[in-house]
Ligand binder design. Structure first.
Ligand code: KG4
Ligand code: ZN
Length: 353
């Protein structure tokens, strides 16, 4: 496995990322170019703009991943690339680049599912983590509870019926006038440290539904109403707010975070019970995706794991948020299992997607 060298490319949303990972899990390079500045300026991901931003940096990002690993394309065993889910205009930039590299060096291609990669990177982090395991995947676009039976065999226990938790963090952060350049989630996590989590009484979503699904749209509305009743708006950035105003924003941040995460805890507790009925041998609870880099989220979900005698596995923050390593690693898992595409034909035109 040490001879296997996989390039991973990720462009599904707002980060352009590439990495080289060795078959035994050694990370040889990891490059991420973020569009956070663009997003902060324009207030969200506009697909066309995101596509152009990816296209502008993709060649450099991939080249840097190879250079940092001290490799050239001809040393690689294969190329893995995110094929979905995500913004199709953005995905195409990555797929096009992967095909171009694969064609130049005659390499097989592994198409990777972005959410599977968020889950499987936990197996790179913890080599003892065998199937079956339970995974909670929490990001800007997805909120999934999955029972992973084996490679490629996943049973969805729950999903969101409206928004994902990351979306709720991002909107709340924007409405509280936080600096979005470091990302809404991290900015809100920081502000919440100074707030009282019991200051505002938000309702915990979906308690009457005894299943493992999620909902964050109602909590978002409750937050919006709380903010409107305080009479401050995102027109006034928090850096210009009075001390009293700042404290009241921190209280909303902390109260939001407590309920947003309590909702995760409740659904995860039920999912553990369901999962153990189906697969009593489960030992691990994986928590991954951008929101899993949040310390409060990790602490609370670790408690859920401990209460059920499971071991929590949560990748380090750099592997929780979108990255090329998780794509390369998932590529390795599938490549070893014989799931890959032959190299593109040498006469394939360059604009083939
Ligand atoms: O997995 P990811 O990087 O991209 C998607 O696949 O969506 O997740 C991005 C999401 C964003 O909503 C971001 O605000 C959130 O993860 N996030 C956080 C934190 N770091 C990133 N949310 C809460 N606390 C954090 N520390
Ligand atoms: Zn993601």
């Amino acid at each position: 496995r040490r001879d296997l060298l996989m390039l991973g490319i990720e462009t599904s949303c707002d980060d352009t990322a590439a990495a080289v990972v060795r078959g035994d899990g050694e990370i040889l390079s990891q490059v991420v170019s973020s569009q956070a500045d663009l997003l902060a300026r324009y207030g969200g991901v506009a697909p066309k703009m995101a596509e152009e931003a990816h296209a502008l940096v993709i060649d450099q990002v991939v080249q840097k991943a190879l250079d940092d690993a001290k490799l050239s394309g001809s040393d690689l065993s294969a190329v893995a690339v995110t094929v979905g889910p995500g913004l199709s205009l953005c995905l195409r930039v990555g797929v096009h680049k992967a095909r171009q590299v694969a064609k130049s060096f005659g390499l097989p291609i592994v198409g990777v599912h972005h959410m599977e990669a968020h889950a499987l990177v936990s197996r790179l982090v913890n080599k003892d983590l065998d199937f079956p395991f339970l995974a909670l995947l929490i990001s800007g676009g997805h909120n999934l509870l999955v029972l992973a039976h084996s490679l490629g065999q996943y049973v969805q226990l729950g999903t969101t019926i409206d928004d994902a938790i990351g979306e709720a963090y991002d909107k709340t952060a924007r409405w509280l006038g936080l600096d979005m350049r470091k990302g809404g989630g991290p900015a809100l996590e920081e502000l919440a440290l100074d707030g009282d989590p019991d200051a505002v009484k938000f309702r915990v979503p979906m308690r009457q539904h005894k299943d493992c699904n999620f909902s964050y749209a109602g909590l978002k509305t409750q937050v919006r109403l709380a903010i409107e009743s305080k009479n401050f708006t995102d027109d006034i950035p928090i850096s210009s707010a009075s001390e009293e105003d700042r404290q009241s924003r921190a209280n909303i941040a902390a109260s939001f975070q407590r309920v947003a995460v309590l909702h995760l805890e409740e659904r995860c507790q039920r999912a553990v019970e369901w999962a153990l009925k189906i697969e009593p041998s489960i030992k691990y609870f994986v928590v991954s995706g951008g929101v899993a880099s949040n310390k409060y989220v990790r602490t609370r979900l670790n408690q859920v794991a401990e209460n059920n005698r499971l071991q929590l596995v949560s990748p380090p923050p750099s592997l929780c948020t979108d990255n090329g390593v998780m794509i390369a690693w998932t590529g390795i898992e599938h490549f070893i299992a014989g799931r890959f595409e032959d190299p593109p034909a040498a006469d394939e035109p360059d604009d083939t997607q």
